[in-house]
Design a protein around this ligand. Structure first.
Ligand SMILES: *[C@@H]1O[C@H](CO)[C@@H](O)[C@H](O)[C@H]1NC(C)=O
Ligand SMILES: *[C@@H]1O[C@H](CO)[C@@H](O)[C@H](O)[C@H]1NC(C)=O
Ligand SMILES: *[C@@H]1O[C@H](CO)[C@@H](O)[C@H](O)[C@H]1NC(C)=O
Ligand SMILES: *[C@@H]1O[C@H](CO)[C@@H](O)[C@H](O)[C@H]1NC(C)=O
Ligand SMILES: *[C@@H]1O[C@H](CO)[C@@H](O)[C@H](O)[C@H]1NC(C)=O
Length: 340
């Protein structure tokens, strides 16, 4: 890119500053409102397998299944891991996971690592998926915060590897390597927890969901024509939003929030009696304004959410980093849209 156009750079700078200011303005209020302004000390987070499975079970029960399928929790434990040296012979773990019709929303490796003799308790590790005698796929490089006094739980995302095994990739296991260190990474216990959907069941269910939401977006809208007010899909992935705090959400990683968009012709999908009247008045005033060549002061009704749903969120308790909490964030997703 050349620097032919100095004013362009100026314009871009202003644009970026305005954008940042907008983001920061939202930042403070949104994060405070959602209870994300004070986060637990991430070096102290120590969530046991038992704590995770017990809280996630509660969370799955709370999840509203009228709108989307609720996943199932699967836990694979390795209790008697062979003790291995870390640097020359990295730790290998093979979990009994093989091809199936399921698909994971998320899968996490949970390891209970022993206390460290080494002064450096903050270490960098690499988790590989073993693909062959010499072939590895890097799943993640991650900093782990261990302890000198007692063993500690750590977790690493393994969704990619897990789904590849379900899709038929031969399961040769995972390998944990300490990067530039020689620490003892022989876990006392290792487990993979996964939230899974049955893909076959899901496609059947999708049809019934379409039927239920037909009042918003349905087949009556032909292609090419401008769509009338209805609900559209919008996926929100927390880690894609510009707030690092959202990374502390344990579950879900993403959710389908939806949005309302489309035209509001007279008497179409009115939300309230008021919007019915407003629509009517808009029509009358439009004709009057046209005749008198003046402006119509009564706006059309707008396509907006008419029914909203809550979202359950799991976060680490900010005072006790060995505990997880389920929070309910109200009105986080659109269920239905109407003209109002
Ligand atoms: C590897 O294991 C052997 C025997 O178990 C031990 O003598 C040696 O010190 C270990 N090496 C490291 C780097 O931990
Ligand atoms: C982490 O939690 C486990 C129990 O789940 C406990 O045994 C261990 O001592 C804790 N470790 C630290 C460093 O607090
Ligand atoms: C401690 O770790 C550092 C780097 O992480 C390494 O250079 C050193 O040899 C380790 N010391 C012991 C006693 O393992
Ligand atoms: C949202 O995510 C789901 C699951 O990954 C996917 O099936 C769907 O197509 C996505 N929708 C959009 C609009 O990206
Ligand atoms: C309009 O008012 C009537 C009478 O109160 C009520 O029964 C009806 O539910 C209202 N319609 C809407 C869309 O609010």
């Amino acid at each position: 890119m050349g620097f032919k156009c100095k004013s362009c750079i100026g314009t871009w700078t202003v644009f970026v500053i305005v954008w940042l200011e907008l983001v920061l303005a939202v930042d403070v209020n949104l994060l405070t409102d959602l209870g994300l302004d004070l986060l637990p000390d991430r070096t102290k987070i120590n969530i046991s397998l038992e704590e995770y499975t017990s809280v996630i079970t509660t969370y799955l029960k709370l999840k509203d299944d009228t709108f989307e399928e609720v996943p199932e929790l699967k836990v694979y434990r390795l209790d008697n891991l062979r003790q291995q040296n870390t640097s020359k012979h990295p730790l290998k773990m093979v979990f009994p996971i093989s091809a199936s019709t399921e698909q994971a929303e998320s899968a996490t490796l949970r390891i209970f690592l022993p206390p460290q003799d080494n002064d450096s308790t903050t270490i960098k590790v690499r988790l590989n998926q073993i693909l062959g005698p010499r072939r590895r796929r890097i799943l993640q490089d991650k900093e782990l915060y261990l302890s000198k006094q007692s063993p500690k739980w750590c977790d690493i995302d393994v969704t990619k590897a897990y789904n590849s095994w379900l899709n038929g990739q031969k399961n040769l296991g995972l390998e944990l390597v300490c990067l530039g260190c020689n620490n003892n990474l022989n876990p006392k216990l290792a487990a993979i927890t996964a939230l899974i959907y049955n893909v076959q069941k899901r496609s059947k269910r999708d049809l019934s969901i379409d039927k239920r939401t037909i009042s918003n977006c349905g087949p009556r809208h032909q292609k090419g024509k401008k769509k009338k007010c209805c609900r559209h899909e919008m996926n929100v992935t927390f880690k894609d939003l510009p707030f690092i705090q959202l990374g502390s959400i344990v579950e879900p990683q993403w959710y389908e929030a939806g949005f309302c968009h489309g035209l509001c012709p007279p008497q179409y999908n009115f939300a309230t009696n008021h919007s019915r009247i407003q629509g009517l008045l808009h029509q009358i005033k439009k004709n009057e304004a046209r005749a008198e060549s003046t402006k119509n002061t009564i706006p059309k009704t707008c396509c907006a959410p008419s029914k909203l749903g809550d979202l359950q969120i799991i976060m680490v308790n900010r005072n006790d980093p060995t505990k997880l909490d389920v929070h309910t964030w109200e009105k986080m997703r659109v269920l239905e849209c109407a003209c109002s």
